[in-house]
Design a protein around this ligand. Structure first.
Ligand SMILES: Nc1ncnc2c1ncn2[C@@H]1O[C@H](COP(=O)(O)OP(=O)(O)OP(=O)(O)O)[C@@H](O)[C@H]1O
Length: 582
């Protein structure tokens, strides 16, 4: 074990990406598991198949890689292959108790393990149910996996993901397969790897093609969409998070179009528009006369989506009573319409749910059932606010303008002038894509008026955009640079105070990252590091050919700040750092 740990530490220190660190971690884990199998009572009757690292800090998946036993490297999961995803109950144990679980897939049995060395202390846990989701079981059996070991990825005070190993051993069905010592060793390796897995940036995913339902896809969203593509093909619930107007409903449609259920119904139910007392009826339907006012029959959203997909938006608005109903459908796939005495119906529906609320906090506040939370939080995808993917703004603007223009001039051409793009990038977008769409619509109307009516060719100029933004009551336009800097400083001081209360310190030296943030922003805007240095009065650095190194140094400080603030994801400017230097 000492040797394994030493090799792991060396490989982790050399790793430059999450994928690299994941491979470095899985290799010794798989090796250790194979060794234990060879020396144990099932020797010669089973095999270790593969391992997987799931990084899901906060409320969305961030990284997901698989490594086949004997392979040289870990690779991101791919659409079109049976994905190895965990069950809701496995994640629930791991996340709630920070403990390992083993799963006997064939019997659908999840066993939690706690304590150093993997001592089973199940009786100490007043815990969640231990049934394994049937979709997960089917998928694993399809890949010949009969036994699973899942260990948490732990950082002090939080669980940021898990590592799972799969094995095929028919002879061990119903019998212990992963011994406590084995689990202890896996946990130790995972504990060493966790900080590296959390901190390293993702390798840039291959450029994903945009399509009709997702016409724009920037660098920041590419990794997330790559995972969503795999999730879409599964039968389990996807939880779509992200701020209002970020595109959750559209992504839900996109997932449906990529699922096995494409071509069948896609139903959407927005709970914001349904009063509490009607939620059960809107979901499961009612018979005529089921309650006073039920003058006609309503099949309900679940029945309307039969064979297809039901997207329930604003799931946090679900009443406690309807939460119980939904949980039952998710677990048993059966439901009953209000006033229907003729028995239960089968629910052949894939559920997608959306929210812009913090469901974890709703659970803590007693407003959302914990068991339902874990049941729908199997495949969480969190969309980024538009301000965090500003690289997409020009393309979205162009797409939205063209779409608008095509309504009046089918063959017409519309363009967004470079200065108008600049004005859009410089604005703030609390309303995200929905707000951008409104601004484009307004700017387009202003441009048409200025032109004197319909035309086949039109250009949105900066003045149109600025006037359209002006109608937002000043909210859309950015305020003075110094006021913004002050606000950023206040956020850092707020964080320092929060840490002070927890007995921690946020070091002032981290504020040196500001230079890097300015430099990175300029480099992104100018699409060139040289141009950024020149813009900011540092032409000498470029003349001395020092700019790559100087840039990297500044970006490292930015990443240190980002990590210290506990934010997820790759550094904001990592993609601009020269590859051979990383
Ligand atoms: N993929 C897309 N293609 C075209 N337009 C989009 C897309 N995604 C978002 N938009 C634009 O943004 C608007 C808001 O998108 P959507 O309704 O999907 O957001 P949402 O996150 O579900 O919002 P809410 O949380 O308020 O329900 C859409 O009406 C559309 O104008």
């Amino acid at each position: 074990m000492q040797d394994l740990l030493a090799t792991l530490c060396a490989s982790l220190l050399a790793a430059r990406t999450f994928e690299g660190a994941a491979g470095a971690t899985l290799a010794p884990m798989l090796g250790r598991a194979a060794e234990a199998l060879g020396a144990g009572r099932h020797a010669g009757r089973g095999r270790i198949l593969r391992g997987m690292v799931h990084l899901r800090p906060g409320d969305g998946y961030r990284g997901l890689v698989v490594m086949e036993f004997g392979a040289a490297a870990a690779r991101p999961i791919e659409a079109g292959t049976p994905a190895h995803l965990p069950s809701a109950s496995a994640w629930r144990w791991v996340a709630t108790y920070g403990c390992a679980v083993t799963i006997d897939v064939t019997l659908g049995k999840v066993e939690p393990h706690l304590g150093e060395g993997g001592v089973v202390v199940r009786e100490k846990l007043a815990g969640p149910d231990v049934t394994f989701g049937r979709e997960s079981a089917a998928r694993l059996l399809e890949r010949a996996a009969t036994h699973l070991a899942v260990v948490p990825l732990r950082l002090p005070g939080s669980v940021i993901g898990m590592i799972s190993l799969e094995a095929d051993c028919q002879a061990a069905i119903g019998r212990p397969f992963w011994g406590p010592e084995m689990l202890g060793a896996l946990q130790l390796l995972a504990d060493v790897a966790a900080p590296h897995l959390a901190a390293l940036p993702m390798a840039p995913p291959p450029a994903a093609p945009a399509d009709e339902l997702l016409p724009v896809l920037g660098a920041k969203m590419a990794g997330l969409v790559q995972m969503a593509r795999v999730f879409a093909e599964q039968e389990e619930t996807i939880l779509l998070g992200g701020p209002t107007g970020a595109g959750k409903s559209r992504i839900a449609r996109w997932c449906h179009a990529r699922s096995r259920r494409k071509g069948k119904r896609f139903e959407a139910l927005d709970l914001m528009t349904v009063p509490d007392e009607l939620q059960m009826g809107e979901l499961f339907g009612w018979k005529k006369g089921a309650f006073s006012g039920a003058v006609t029959e309503n099949p309900g959203a679940v029945a309307r989506a039969d064979g297809g997909t039901l997207f329930i938006d604003e799931i946090d608005k679900l009443s406690l009573k309807a939460q119980a109903g939904l949980l039952q459908v998710l677990e048993e796939r059966r439901y009953r319409a209000l006033g229907d005495g003729s028995g239960e119906r089968r629910a052949d529906v894939r559920f997608l749910v959306g929210t812009n609320a913090d469901l974890g906090a709703a659970v803590l506040a007693g407003k959302f059932r914990e068991d339902l939370y874990y049941r729908i939080n199997v495949l969480p995808v969190k969309l980024l606010p538009l301000d965090e993917r500003a690289d997409e703004i020009p393309q979205w603007a162009h797409y939205m303008l063209q779409r608008r223009h095509a309504e009046s001039a089918a063959e017409g051409r519309a363009r967004v002038a470079p200065l108008a793009e600049r004005a859009l990038i410089a604005a703030r977008w609390p309303g995200n894509l929905r707000q951008l769409d409104n601004i484009i619509r307004r700017a387009y109307a202003l441009a048409l008026v200025e032109h004197g009516g319909a035309t086949s060719e039109i250009t949105l100029e900066a003045r149109h955009v600025e006037r359209a933004l002006g109608y937002e009551g000043g909210g859309g336009a950015k305020d003075s640079a110094f006021a913004s800097i002050r606000r950023a400083a206040e956020a850092v001081v707020d964080e320092a105070e929060r840490r002070e209360a927890a007995g921690e310190v946020l070091d002032l030296d981290l504020a040196e990252a500001f230079r890097g943030v300015v430099l990175g922003t300029a480099a992104r805007r100018r699409s060139s590091k040289e141009a950024a240095f020149r813009l900011l009065g540092k032409a000498g650095v470029v003349q001395n050919r020092n700019h790559q190194k100087a840039f990297r140094r500044e970006i490292e400080k930015v990443n240190a700040l980002v990590r210290a603030l506990g934010q997820d994801g790759a550094g904001p400017f990592d993609d601009l750092v020269e590859k051979d230097e990383t």
